[in-house]
Design a protein around this ligand. Structure first.
Ligand code: HEM
Length: 317
């Protein structure tokens, strides 16, 4: 079960203290394709330079491509097996919308100034070739908590499992070492959330708020977030994804959110979790967290391995 190529996509590291998520639309100009390829070829060098300037900055960057953009940018390439536009998932009460996105950047660092530096270097190369759909600046909240107060990322896969569940393996040889990134911006109804007791919040998430300890099977309702997203394959083996969620906020506008970022070796796993959350299994057992959290975006991207990214950019980074 070999899943570790020489240089896998850098998807398994912790969410970081600061992050910028950028979603872009590709414009059809005479130079836009070449400009994007220039970024593919330059990104690793940009990160290297920043690491030299700030050795303790924990800087990393991932670049991804939506299904439409992949075909336009690299017509000579096959499609990664699971790259397709995300299709809206509509439950009786809540909907996971599908929103556009051609290019994706996930920049992480210890400080926001480092993220902004890298974002501005990328943006300079892309000037006139793209327009911004969304840029969100995210922060670490205390001990790695979501803005709704619970520790996030506890059950992420670790060690060998981290690579196995977050990166494409032998099943799609051309794209080995890449990953499927699914992102969703959620806005929380903080008043509604703060109006319920801590005990009730714990039943929504399925863990204790302060200690982060999982509720027992007897205590945990079937519609708790960690019950509906806990899925297994046909042999009863647990299926996981690597989550790098980050909080964001605009306090004066009353906006408090979670930027869900899920990296997976196969999008099918993430999609099953989403169906369980929004439709329910059985139907109707939707995720109680959605009564306090509204998904406002939803886009699937393919993240190439660093080797492939450099190749797509012409090979000389
Ligand atoms: C677990 C928060 C959306 C997948 C958790 C936990 C928290 C959390 C606090 C418990 C600690 C942990 O194990 O990390 C949130 C918030 C979301 C969100 C605030 C957005 C409003 C999603 C989405 C997915 C997902 C969209 C999948 C598509 C998971 C999984 C677990 C988990 C797989 C671990 C379940 C287990 O214990 O086996 N989430 N999450 N989450 N979440 Fe989410």
């Amino acid at each position: 079960m070999s899943k570790t190529p020489s240089t896998p996509a850098d998807v398994i590291q912790p969410p970081g203290d600061s992050a910028i998520l950028i979603i872009l639309r590709l414009l059809e100009t005479d130079t836009s394709v070449d400009q994007v390829k220039d970024v593919c070829g330059s990104l690793a060098a940009f990160v290297r330079s920043l690491k030299k300037r700030e050795p303790d900055g924990h800087i990393s960057a991932l670049m991804g491509f939506g299904a439409h953009a992949w075909g336009k940018l690299f017509p000579e390439q096959p499609y990664p097996k699971e790259l397709k536009p995300f299709e809206e998932i509509k439950g009786d009460k809540h909907t996971a919308p599908s929103t556009p996105g051609d290019l994706y950047f996930h920049i992480r660092a210890r400080r926001m100034d480092l993220c902004v530096e890298l974002a501005s270097e990328i943006s300079t190369l892309l000037e006139g070739a793209v327009e911004s759909i969304d840029e969100t600046h995210c922060f670490r909240y205390f001990d790695g908590r979501t803005i709704i107060g619970f520790v996030d990322g506890t059950e992420n896969p670790e060690n060998e499992d981290a690579n196995y569940f977050s990166m494409i393996g032998d099943e799609d040889e051309t794209f080995k070492g890449g990953s499927y990134a699914f992102i969703q911006k959620y806005l929380h109804n903080m008043k509604g959330w703060n109006n319920i007791s801590t005990e009730e919040q714990e039943k929504v998430i399925g863990r204790k708020k302060f200690s982060d300890i999982e509720l027992s099977d007897e205590e945990k309702p079937a519609n708790a977030h960690n019950a509906v997203t806990n899925i297994s394959d046909e042999n009863g083996e647990e299926l996981k994804i690597m989550r790098a969620n980050m909080p964001f906020a605009n306090a004066s506008k009353g906006e408090y959110g979670t930027y869900f970022i899920g990296y997976a070796s196969t999008f099918t796993t993430t999609e099953r979790m989403l169906r369980n959350m929004f439709i329910g299994e059985p139907v109707g057992n939707y995720d109680r967290l959605l009564d306090f959290s509204k998904a406002v975006t939803g886009t699937l991207f393919f993240i190439p391995s660093p080797e492939l990214l450099s190749e797509l950019g012409g090979g000389d980074d």
